[in-house]
Design a protein around this ligand. Structure first.
Ligand code: URA
Length: 275
C-alpha cells in the first residue's frame, strides 16, 4: 500500500487552480508565496497593524502575531471616536481612508465611498463593493449597479440628479462573499455618521445586509422590503424603506414585480417630502 502523503508538487496545477477558484480565490495579491495555513493557527482576532498615511499606497499588510490583540468592541469604539470628529462628508472620507482596523481593507484595491448627487434628498445604501467597484473606487457601477440605475430610471430618477449612493461596507470582501456581522459592526459607525452628515429626507436600503445592520434586526429582506419605517436621527424621523438587491433580482427575475411596487411606493412618498 502506498502510504505517502500528497505534496503540492504531486498535485495537478490545473486542478489546484480550480480548487482555489472554488474557494473564492480570484486574484493574486502578492508576488511572494505565503503559506497562510501555517499562520492561521496564530491569528485569533483582528490585530493592529501599523498605520500609513492615506495618500501612500500601502504594502499588503497582514496580521502579525506579535502585534497587540484588539477586540472588535475596542475597534468599534475607536471608529466611533474617529467619526465623531468628522464635520463634513470630505472629512469622513478622509477618516475612512485612514482607518486600518477592518481587515477587508488589506485585500481591497480601493476604498469605495460614494457617488451621485450630494445635494439630493435621497440616500441609497447598498452592501459592499464588488469587483468592478473595487477596481474603480465607486459604488454600484458593475452589473448590479446598471440594473439599479434602470430600476430608478423607471421612476424617473437618475443618480446624477436625484439620489446619493453609498454602501454599508467601503471595502470589497474577497471573492465577493457577504461581509461578516463583525465586519458590518466595524463599518456601521462610519455609515451612521455618513447619514448624519448627508442629512437625507429619505433612506433607501438596498438588500438585507444594509437593512439588517441599520435597522438592527435580522428579519429577512423578503419580509422587510417595501415596509416603510422611521430612522431616528438627532430627534428627527427619516422615512426609510428596504428594497431587494439587484443581485437577487438578477438571480430571481420573477421578483421584479415586487420591486416595481416598492419603486412606485418610493416615488409616491418622494412626492410628499417637504421641499
Ligand atoms: N453591490 C452592492 O451592494 N454595492 C456595490 O457597490 C456593488 C454591488
Amino acid at each position: 500500500m502506498d502510504n505517502t502523503t500528497a505534496t503540492d508538487q504531486d498535485l495537478d496545477p490545473a486542478n489546484m487552480l480550480k480548487w482555489y477558484i472554488e474557494c473564492g480565490v480570484d486574484e493574486c495579491i502578492s508576488e511572494n508565496e505565503t503559506n497562510w495555513f501555517d499562520e492561521a493557527s496564530e491569528i485569533q482576532v483582528i490585530q493592529k497593524v501599523s498605520t500609513t498615511s492615506s495618500s501612500e499606497k500601502k504594502p499588503i499588510s497582514r496580521p502579525v502575531s506579535k502585534a497587540p490583540l484588539v477586540s472588535n468592541k475596542e475597534i468599534i469604539s475607536n471608529a466611533e471616536k474617529l467619526v465623531a470628529q468628522c464635520t463634513s462628508l470630505e472629512a469622513l472620507n478622509e477618516a475612512i481612508l485612514s482607518f486600518e482596523d477592518c481587515s477587508l481593507k488589506n485585500t481591497a484595491s480601493n476604498t469605495v465611498y460614494c457617488d451621485g448627487n450630494p445635494q439630493s434628498d435621497i440616500m441609497v445604501i447598498g452592501e459592499a463593493p464588488g469587483v468592478d467597484e473595487d477596481r474603480d473606487g465607486k459604488p454600484f457601477i458593475g452589473e448590479c449597479g446598471q440594473l439599479l440605475n434602470k430600476m430608478f430610471a423607471a421612476i424617473n430618477m437618475t443618480r446624477e440628479n436625484d439620489f446619493y449612493i453609498t454602501n454599508l461596507v467601503p471595502w470589497r470582501p474577497p471573492g465577493n462573499r457577504k461581509p461578516t456581522s463583525a465586519e458590518c459592526d466595524i463599518c456601521l459607525p462610519f455609515l451612521k455618521r455618513h447619514i448624519e452628515l448627508f442629512n437625507p429626507k429619505m433612506i433607501i436600503l438596498v438588500g438585507g445586509t444594509s437593512a439588517n445592520a441599520l435597522l438592527d434586526n435580522n428579519i429577512g429582506i423578503t419580509k422587510l422590503r417595501g415596509k416603510w419605517q422611521e430612522y431616528e436621527m438627532d430627534g428627527k424621523q427619516i422615512p426609510i424603506v428596504s428594497i431587494l438587491h439587484p443581485e437577487y433580482l438578477i438571480r430571481q427575475p420573477n421578483c421584479k414585480k415586487q420591486t416595481w411596487h416598492d419603486l412606485l411606493s418610493i416615488k409616491e412618498r418622494i412626492g410628499t417630502l417637504e421641499k
